[in-house]
Design a protein around this ligand. Structure first.
Ligand SMILES: C[S@@+](CC[C@H](N)C(=O)[O-])C[C@H]1O[C@@H](n2cnc3c(N)ncnc32)[C@H](O)[C@@H]1O
Length: 145
C-alpha cells in the first residue's frame, strides 16, 4: 500500500499489528510523488483502477474483466482527487454512484477481484489465532517455530 505524504506513527502501528497478526507480504510505503508512481506502474505494464463514485458502476463491468485484473494499482482519494487521475486510470470504477467511505469502496472492489476468497485467508506468520465462537472471544497464541 502506498500513501501520499509521510506518517511514521502510522507505520509504527501497522508494524505492531503485523507483528501479532502476521501478513508479511503486506507493506505500507509513503510517497511524495503519487503521479510518478502511477506513471511508472503503467510503464511497467501494470493496470490502474481509480475508485470514484463518478465512474462506471461495478455492476455494469463484466466479472471476467474484474477477476482478470492483474498487477493492479488501485487509487482511492482522501481529499479532492485531481482530474489527472481520472484521465490516467485505465478504469474509473464506482461502487454505486453515491459517496461513501474509501475503505468500504476498496473492500468491496477487492472482494470482487478475489471472488470472496480473501475471507478464508489466514496469515501463516501470525502469533495469534482466533477460534470462532457463537458468543464471546477465544484467541490462542501459536508457536510456529
Ligand atoms: C470520501 S471520498 C472523498 C472524495 C473527495 N473529496 C473527492 O472530491 O473526490 C474518498 C474516496 O472514497 C472513494 N469513494 C467514495 N465513494 C465511492 C464510490 N461510490 N465508488 C467508488 N469509490 C468511492 C473514492 O476513491 C474517493 O476518492
Amino acid at each position: 500500500m502506498f500513501i501520499e505524504g509521510e506518517d511514521p506513527k502510522l507505520l509504527d502501528s501497522v508494524n505492531k499489528v503485523k507483528e501479532l497478526w502476521g501478513g508479511r507480504d503486506f507493506k505500507v510505503e509513503f510517497t511524495k510523488s503519487p503521479k510518478e508512481l502511477v506513471r511508472s506502474w503503467k510503464e511497467k505494464g501494470g493496470k490502474v483502477v481509480h475508485l470514484t463514485m463518478y465512474g462506471i458502476n461495478i455492476s455494469s463491468i463484466s466479472r471476467e474483466l474484474i477477476e482478470g485484473l492483474d498487477n493492479l494499482l488501485i487509487i482511492v482519494g482522501a481529499e479532492k482527487v485531481e482530474g489527472w487521475y481520472y484521465k490516467e486510470a485505465d478504469y474509473n470504477v464506482a461502487i454505486g454512484n453515491q459517496p461513501h467511505s474509501e475503505v468500504a469502496a476498496l473492500a468491496i472492489f477487492l472482494d470482487r477481484v478475489y471472488k470472496g476468497e480473501e475471507i478464508n485467508v489466514l496469515f501463516e506468520d501470525s502469533k495469534l489465532l482466533v477460534i470462532p465462537q457463537e458468543a464471546g472471544k477465544k484467541v490462542i497464541r501459536v508457536d510456529r517455530r
